[in-house]
Design a protein around this ligand. Structure first.
Ligand code: UD1
Ligand code: MG
Length: 491
């Protein structure tokens, strides 16, 4: 009896993926924020294999770098020429034997382009292999349209006799609707010699891994098959249509899980949640919302409609409407949007407000502080309870360098203030509307930094005679008298 712990999982990922028409290697395309190969590595880890070997070929530099980044524990082996799935497994096995003196236990073979495969199914396949005592166990599926796949040919007793590739199959074999999913468990002691005996006598002149099945049967070794209950799991991505299909299936799977965990979604079909997102119960997601990267959302928060959050943290009870945000932190019960743009380093305090057409970058908005309308806030620190008037701009860039501005607690910045950094507006200070603030404002002071208004009476009558404006002015009962803003209190 061999060890039950799988000795290795071999993931085949050397193919070119021609039908993707892409400069990116196929297995690096992503579904739900994780590469295709990343999903397969995740499913493989469910059975805790001693070794994981990824076979790379096309685009190897990028695939190797990616595997090193997301799964540094995995081994990689380069298949210089893609001479078939049997050849790929053969070189992976020889690498395992020479580098690790292959421990005993089953060897699992998966494809790098099947992102919907679950860890549960890999576990079930290993379990089926142990309970049947077969030399090989393959995953099969019954498909309404089996064309293109290898067919599972069974003998008179219903046992698996062979796998015949579609292109090598006769008409009767092509009628079989049970297909080979391309995922297997083998006993390594049986796999090694069988691989040596694979030929290339087929339509493609390649070494087919599937020939191992017939070879084992010819030696009277039993082969078992596990029928996958949900055939979506074996969907291989070969082109962009299948990539979109896989993404939609993954979206539904992820959304179902969150809804069952207490998240409300008004329109699950337009709600896209990456695998690394974390949501608390009682979150509500409105239509056309994407939560990407490691985004988290606290209880009672409402996000959407029309919102994309990438790597953001949203506190409990916050409301985020029509917003695009990346690497931002939104505090508990804060309000953001509609039409807000939060860039990296935006940190919104508790119960703070960021309103319409406000852009923030590398800036902290204190608890209860407000930037309600039409502002740019870059490289700034705004104290708790401060109010930033409409159309205020934090002028952080002198054309060469970025500078930081500080606005104190409970300060009142008048509308259309230009805060020219580096500058500090003190706690409780005010600025007059339309001011250009270039010097520090002491706490409690009012800063007025703008030209005084002057009215020129009768200007329109003299300079724009005969216009609708002149007509309107003439019709007004009392002609304007000269005033200055002195009579008016600032701001
Ligand atoms: C394979 C199976 C077929 C099964 C189907 C399921 C064989 C001969 N046939 O066919 O029975 O129904 O998968 O999807 O195995 N690869 C390498 N190196 C190679 C060749 C392939 O790494 O030299 C990788 C590919 O990148 C891919 C996987 O192996 O990830 C499968 O290869 P592919 O050419 O797609 O095999 P199919 O013709 O689909
Ligand atoms: Mg394929």
């Amino acid at each position: 009896m061999t060890d039950r712990r799988p000795a290795a999982v071999i993931i085949l990922a050397a193919g070119e993926g021609k039908r993707m028409h892409s400069s990116t290697p196929k297995v690096l395309h992503a579904v739900a924020g994780r590469s295709l190969i990343g999903h397969v590595l995740e499913a493989a880890s469910a059975v805790d294999p001693v070794h994981v070997v990824v076979v790379v070929g096309h685009g190897r530099d990028r695939v190797l770098a990616h595997v090193e980044e997301i799964a540094p524990w995995a081994d990689t082996v380069v298949q210089e020429e893609q001479r078939g799935t049997g050849h790929a497994v053969r070189i992976a096995m020889s690498a395992l034997v020479s580098e690790h003196a292959l421990p005993s236990g089953p060897v699992i073979v998966l494809s790098g382009d099947t992102p919907l495969l679950t860890g549960d199914t890999v576990e079930a396949l290993v379990e089926a292999h142990h309970s049947s005592g077969a030399a090989a166990t393959l995953l099969s599926a019954v498909l309404a349209d089996p064309s293109g796949y290898g067919r599972v040919v069974r003998d008179a007793h219903g046992s698996v006799a062979a796998i015949v590739e579609h292109r090598d199959a006769d008409e009767a074999t092509r009628l079989i609707d049970e297909i080979n999913a391309g995922m297997y468990v083998f006993d390594s002691e049986d796999l090694l010699p069988a691989l040596e005996r694979i030929g290339t006598n087929n339509d493609q002149g390649e070494e087919y891994l599937t020939d191992v099945i017939g070879i084992l049967r010819a030696q009277s070794q039993p082969v078992a098959a596990l029928l996958v209950p949900d055939s979506h799991e074996i969907l291989g991505v070969n082109d962009r249509v299948q990539l979109a299909e896989a993404a939609a299936l993954m979206r539904d799977r992820i959304n179902d899980r969150w809804m069952r965990a207490g998240v409300s979604m008004l329109d699950p079909s337009s709600t896209w949640i990456d695998v690394d997102v974390d949501l608390e119960a009682d979150v509500t997601l409105l239509p056309q919302t994407s939560l990407l990267g490691p985004t988290s959302v606290g209880s009672m928060a409402r996000v959407g409609p029309g919102t994309t959050l990438t790597s953001c943290e949203v506190g409990e009870g916050a409301v985020v409407i029509h917003t695009w945000a990346n690497l931002a932190v939104i505090g508990p019960r804060a309000s953001v949007g509609p039409f807000s743009y939060l860039r990296p380093g935006a940190r919104i305090g508790e119960e703070a407000k960021v309103g319409a057409f406000v852009e923030m970058k590398n800036a902290e908005l204190g608890d209860g502080a407000k930037v309600p309308h039409l502002s740019y806030v870059g490289d700034a620190e705004i104290g708790a309870g401060a109010n930033i008037g409409a159309a205020t701009i934090f002028v952080n860039y002198d054309g060469q360098e970025k500078h930081r501005a500080v606005v104190g607690r409970h300060a009142r910045v008048g509308s259309d203030t230009m805060i020219v950094a580096p500058v500090t507006i003190g706690d409780g200070a005010y600025t007059a509307a339309g001011s250009v603030v270039t010097e520090d404002v002491p706490p409690g002071a009012m800063a007025v930094g703008r030209a005084r208004q002057r009215n020129i009476p009768g200007w329109v009558e003299r300079k724009r005679p005969g216009t609708a404006s002149a007509q309107a002015a003439a019709e007004h009962e009392s002609a304007p008298t000269e005033t200055t803003q002195e009579s008016k209190e600032t701001p």
